[in-house]
Ligand binder design. Structure first.
Ligand code: NZQ
Ligand code: ZN
Length: 388
């Protein structure tokens, strides 16, 4: 490990088939008013809503609802959520859904008592929270973002063509999260596989930075191998509990600050993907899958040693008789084969991007400093064109 750090992850996890019972332990810690936040209705169809409401009632809670959180939650919805939470005098915000619902719940929790426009304060000026925060708990139904155990809250502003993620400190992490792999069985295949790639991307964004001898890299290689293996099983049999539970656990550890320790971290794939998302409202994981290979093939010469290590340790490429570059490229070819096999979106035109939109997407792409190559705007344009 390099450098000094402090480490604390305050989120309590309840994992497994009976995880929802954890609500009975957590709810008594909070006041009477619960704002129940959820999305477009999947939890009503698959029965999770009824189960949660039953436990809330059994614990004597007053339930206020905030439904209709859309994938890629918008700033307008955030303002609406603040009003609802205020009216409810919410003592706890309970998010039941995927990353969008969990992110939104966190954004509301810090914005209700914010004296300024939260979009300006948190997403344009990236300021910390200096007001009261309503506690948040999550019941996760879609795996990928890691939102269940981190301080991330991504909000989209369509008018400004910006999709911005602010990674807040541990005061914004959920107080508890309920992780039952069976709750993810009803996900459509498109969402399920998008989540798988989101996990892979979170790991790679942290792995492809630095060339030191870092414990975090060894952990990430293990997480990647588990994900690659389990994803293929889950695609063929979505109700394979072992595979779905491994993936759920991998997703949490991929982005809960643990593997970032000692790493510079990159996040340029997410900046490209979020810019595509700001212009198309496409599914997050698919925006990442569509830009990743053009990006990694572009930066490979600048991080050759790590790309070679990735090929050997993650994709079992035999380096014998190959140059370092050939080995590294073979690793990315193996990754591409796996991506196609599980049915990921491989280009941004499939997400609605046309050549005429590229300039706007370049403008919406933030440039990061921690990867192997700090991109110029021209390089961003080239990568997006190669992703078309
Ligand atoms: O809205 P409902 O009807 O619930 O349907 C959702 C939604 O349409 C559906 N779904 C969720 N669970 C389901 C289900 N359908 C059937 N059965 C279930 N069990 O899935 C769709 C997508 O849900 P969403 O929450 O949008 O997906 P995801 O978890 O991928 O979250 C995406 C958001 O998280 C942000 C993304 O940018 C995006 O806004 N991210 C958050 C991060 C963080 N907090 O650290 C990091 C990530 O990189 C990411 O940026
Ligand atoms: Zn992501």
């Amino acid at each position: 490990m390099i450098g000094d750090f402090t480490y604390c992850n305050p989120t309590k996890l309840y994992f497994g088939k009976n995880a929802l019972n954890g609500l009975n332990e957590e709810l008594p810690k909070y006041g009477k008013n619960v704002l129940l936040v959820y999305g477009g209705g999947s939890i009503k169809k698959n029965g999770i809503y009824d189960k949660v409401v039953e436990i809330l009632k059994a614990n004597g809670k007053e339930i206020y609802e905030d439904a209709g959180v859309m994938p890629n939650p918008t700033v307008e919805k955030l303002y609406e959520g603040c009003e609802r939470a205020k009216k409810a005098k919410a003592d706890l915000i309970l998010a039941v859904g995927g990353g969008s619902v969990c992110d939104y719940a966190k954004a509301v929790s810090i914005s209700v008592d914010c004296k300024e426009d939260p979009w300006e304060k948190y997403y344009i000026r990236f300021e910390d929270v200096d007001n009261k925060i309503i506690p948040v708990g999550c019941v996760l139904t879609m795996v990928g973002t890691g939102s269940e155990m981190n301080g991330g809250a991504v909000i989209t502003n369509h008018a400004q063509k910006l999709k911005i993620g602010h990674v807040f400190g541990e005061n914004v992490f959920p107080k508890f999260s309920i992780l039952n792999p069976e709750f993810t069985y009803t996900l459509p295949k498109y969402q399920m596989t998008a989540g798988f790639f989101d996990i892979m991307s979170h790991i790679l964004e942290q792995y492809f930075s630095g060339n030191d001898d870092n414990t975090s890299d060894y952990v990430m290689e293990g997480l990647l191998r588990s994900l690659i293996h389990s994803a293929e099983i889950a695609v063929n049999n979505p109700t394979d509990y072992e595979a779905r539970s491994n993936i759920m656990w991998t997703a949490t550890w991929a982005l809960n600050t643990f593997v970032a320790k000692g790493k510079a971290t990159d996040w340029e794939v997410h900046m490209l993907g979020q810019a595509v998302g700001a212009h198309t409202d496409a599914t997050h994981g698919m925006t990442l899958s569509a830009v990743s290979l053009p990006y990694y093939r572009h930066i490979l010469p600048y991080g050759l040693a790590k790309f070679k290590r990735y090929a050997i340790n993650v994709w079992n490429i035999d380096p014998a008789g190959k140059s370092d570059e050939e080995t590294a490229l073979a690793g990315l070819d193996a990754m591409e084969k796996w991506m196609r096999k599980i049915g990921l979106v491989m280009n941004i035109s499939e997400l609605g991007v046309t050549e005429e939109m590229i300039d706007g997407i370049v403008k919406s792409t933030l440039i990061m400093q921690g990867g192997y190559k700090v991109l110029t705007s021209e390089e961003v344009r080239d990568i997006l064109k190669a992703s078309l």
